[in-house]
Design a protein around this ligand. Structure first.
Ligand code: SF4
Length: 496
């Protein structure tokens, strides 16, 4: 059965000579880097849970290519039920790790490439889809982790890719050969990129005729010649090196271990190219990816918020405020926001519909609404957590103060609240809350899967305002003999 164990995943990374820089220095092995290890541990959990019988239904799926049981992270969505199970999987993983588990970008990029390669072939008689199916079969068989690489550096934001002073501001083809292409450029904010087996490179924005060199979708092994990863910093990342009660989330990372990946004249063979110059399909490709990924946030952030709500609720016990009605009401508010986004993600999935290739797309209005709410609710849930945990969050003593024989007792004495809990426990909870409500986590909720305005543009385009005006006219001014005005079916088409 093509399901890697966590140990096999880690060993497979050890076997890859990935060129990576952390803290400005080249690392000999990403597996042995203490700053990357928490992110590898998080992904290892996604492999581990797929082997547990109680999670088999949500963590695995039947491959439509081979009929074999595969990891859901390598699956092409075959039904609305598949989409629902994906959201359930994300909530489970969020609850289990309390952070981002990274594999969803690759999954959605995989699905977007599957769908668009079919549509380009239909329009142009090309053979991208067969190539992609062969690649997908390899990914499923080897249970690979994929990084979806979408976000270009973009350069001057008021200029198109073809108008940039530096053409490398967007990944592009610099040479076309009979056996493949050579690409150059970089992708930013690459979730899980540094600990992935493969990088699925897709355009990050719609393109126009004349921008054919930027219309490239392809798969690159993470250890290919010319590929370099540069690890980003996160809030409090060096706390991972300290140990003790200051770490926050001791086993797993904070957010997705995002990295910049640079492509310095990387050769991509033909069988790994899934779109090459067909600019008119790029907008749809980007939209497919973004729509799936925006629905995800109701699942993963839901699971993360479950842990945060749990940490906050326990903190109120540590403080002795847990029986206060106002405290309980604030917890309810956190729960309400969290369940609202989860419900929207489940709704977007349950209302999924078939694309031309036969795979399933989430309902776009609800998917975009999920992400729009996440850009607010994650902040608001964090605000309430800060409110309930108190100013202690900003002034907590550290492990070293507790351990100091001269002052340790004083620190404990004056930070003890409910004597049923020791001060170490209070700090451990505080550090987790600090991690999950600090800059990296909040900014990821704001901009991951597209900045808030990107969702609002889609929502307005999908809102059928003219039909709503017609409904208002009918209700207010109409007569009974006018037929109903059902809303048109919404699709994930490109909306300008
Ligand atoms: Fe998955 Fe959520 Fe992380 Fe995106 S932010 S990769 S959806 S866990």
């Amino acid at each position: 059965m093509p399901l890697k164990t966590p140990e096999e995943y880690v060993q497979s990374l050890r076997d890859m000579p990935i060129r990576a820089y952390v803290g400005g220095e080249r690392v000999a092995s990403i597996v042995d880097s203490p700053l990357i290890a928490p992110h590898i541990n998080t992904v290892a959990k996604t492999y581990e849970l797929a082997h547990l019988p109680e999670h088999r239904d949500v963590m695995t799926a039947e491959s439509h290519l081979t009929g074999e049981r595969i990891h859901r992270y390598t699956h092409i969505f075959q039904s609305a039920d598949d989409l629902v199970k994906k959201i359930q999987m994300l909530r489970l993983l969020g609850q289990t790790t309390g952070t981002c588990f990274q594999r969803c970008v690759g999954l959605d990029a995989l699905n977007a490439s599957y769908a668009i390669s079919y549509e380009v072939d239909e329009a142009h008689g090309t053979d991208y889809h067969q190539r992609f199916r062969a690649y997908l079969a390899m990914v499923q068989e080897q249970d690979l982790m994929l990084a979806g690489a979408m976000t270009d550096p973009k350069g001057h934001r008021a200029r198109r890719p073809s108008e940039q002073d530096d053409p490398d501001a967007f990944v592009h083809v610099v040479e076309r050969r009979p056996d493949g292409v050579v690409i150059r450029g970089a992708k930013l904010h690459n979730t899980g990129g540094i600990n992935s087996h493969e990088v699925l490179v897709l355009p990050g924005t719609g393109l126009i005729p004349g921008e054919e060199d930027y219309a490239i979708a392809c798969a690159v092994p993470a250890d290919a010649d010319g590929v370099t990863f540069i690890f980003g910093r996160q809030s409090n990342d060096s706390r991972k090196l300290e140990g003790g009660c200051d770490i926050g989330n001791p086993r797993f990372g904070v957010v997705g271990g995002e990295a910049m990946v640079v492509f310095e004249d990387v050769f991509v063979p033909t069988q790994r190219i899934f779109l090459n110059g067909e600019t008119e399909h790029v907008g749809t490709l980007v939209n497919y990816f973004a729509t799936w990924h925006r629905a995800n946030y109701g699942g993963c952030k839901g699971g993360n918020a479950d842990v945060l709500i749990g940490a906050t609720a326990k903190m109120t016990r540590v403080l002795g405020t847990d029986r206060n009605a106002v405290v309980k009401d604030k917890l309810v508010e956190m729960i309400h926001m969290n369940e609202t986004t989860y419900a929207s993600a489940i709704g977007a999935s349950a209302m999924g519909y078939a694309l031309p290739c036969g795979s399933f797309m989430v309902e776009p209005m609800m998917a975009n609404t999920v992400k729009q709410n996440i850009t607010r609710n994650v902040y608001q849930i964090g605000r309430l957590s800060h409110d309930l945990a108190g100013g202690f969050l900003a002034t907590m003593p550290d492990e070293k103060a507790l351990d100091n024989p001269e002052i340790g007792d004083l620190v404990r004495k004056y930070h003890t609240a409910n004597p049923d809990y020791d001060v170490d426990e209070r700090i451990r909870l505080g550090r987790y809350i600090e991690n999950m409500t600090s800059v990296t986590t909040l900014v990821e909720a704001m901009h991951g899967a597209g900045s808030p305005q990107a969702q609002r543009i889609v929502m307005l385009g999908q809102a059928a305002i003219e039909e709503k005006i017609a409904m208002a006219d009918e209700v207010i001014n109409g007569t009974d003999d006018v037929p109903g005005l059902p809303l048109p079916r919404r699709t994930a088409e490109v909306v300008d």
